[in-house]
Design a protein. Structure first.
Length: 312
């Protein structure tokens, strides 16, 4: 099986490559050999490889920067995935699009996890670009079981740019770290999300995905609900416990309105994963367990307490 992975040096891309099935040939694509701003060149590469699957992990994910870079964001997050989906459909392969909780505004009156069928109301350009991509992929694969959208939230791993690595780095430079406490969601380990991607791809009866899921959307995040402040505390406490950090940096809770930002964040963005769990007969793990696994991986892979700096 040939699998083309975009964003191969990022959080999910790295985890996918690290955990790839034995019968799989990976084609690793990053911005150096697969530039989303040059869609024509990317399509030539797809045709040359003729993959069985494309897993689209790449995206413009800086929510604040997105507001002043709309044209680039739309090309990377919407136009390029749309073009890739059309191409792989013609070639007879399959497409897995990674999407986000930011397609929702997080302003539900009754705080229940978002189902895959709830109305998409993004708050900013980043979320809007991912909505456009979802709608395009739904339309492209409307009558064909070749495309899946997998939404996730608060992704973290031992490589790339993410909240966990930011907190670790701030421990080496700051005496205190202010972290938002009133945004509720669920973190997702890049390891657990990679596991779900491979389970979906290896599903023997692939059409089961679409039996009760006509919109071709699935959700995955680690179990439990939390907030950024609690995650930061967990990172700090466990990192000290295993000797990853030595500083006594203080974690201070703040409200969203106290955090400078160009765009609003969803105040509640927990995703309902029941459909995915039932489909794969897999319950997943608690977010605290997954967070510990990431921190242990960073510790084991480094020669000194601050080896994670080189990963960011």
């Amino acid at each position: 099986m040939k699998v083309l992975i975009t964003g191969s040096q990022g959080q999910l891309g790295s985890a996918l490559i690290k955990s790839k099935p034995s019968n799989t040939k990976i084609y690793s694509m990053d911005r150096n050999n697969f530039d989303f701003l040059d869609i024509t060149s990317c399509l030539k590469t797809i045709n040359l490889i003729n993959p069985d699957w494309i897993i689209n992990c790449a995206a413009f994910t800086n929510v604040d920067m997105a507001e002043s870079n709309k044209e680039t964001v739309m090309k990377v997050n919407y136009e390029a995935p749309k073009a890739f989906a059309l191409e792989i459909k013609k070639l007879g392969g399959k497409f897995l699009q990674i999407s986000t909780d930011y397609v929702f505004n997080g302003q539900k009156k009754i705080k229940t996890p978002y189902s895959t069928t709830e109305k998409r109301i993004p708050l900013g350009i980043y979320g809007l670009s991912k909505v456009y991509a979802e709608e395009a992929i739904e339309e492209i694969f409307k009558n064909s079981p070749q495309g899946i959208i997998l939404r996730t939230s608060w992704l973290m791993g031992p490589v790339g740019r993410n909240f966990l690595l930011t907190i670790l780095n701030l421990h080496s430079t700051n005496k205190e770290i202010k972290v938002v406490q009133d945004q509720i969601g669920s973190p997702t380990s890049s390891f657990s999300l990679a596991e779900i991607c491979w389970r979906l791809i290896k599903l023997k009866n692939f059409n089961l995905i679409f039996n009760k899921n006509k919109n071709k959307i699935l959700h995955w995040r680690d179990n439990g609900e939390t907030n950024w402040y609690e995650i930061a505390l967990m990172i700090s406490n466990y990192s000290k416990e295993i000797g990853l950090i030595k500083s006594n940096t203080k974690i201070i809770p703040i409200k969203t309105y106290e955090y400078p930002s160009l765009v609003k964040r969803p105040l509640y963005s927990v995703l309902n994963c029941d459909l995915t769990k039932n489909l794969l007969s897999y319950e997943g793990k608690d977010w605290k367990v997954c967070l510990r696994e990431i921190l242990k991986d960073i510790k084991l892979d480094g020669n000194d307490s601050y080896s994670y700096k080189s990963r960011v």
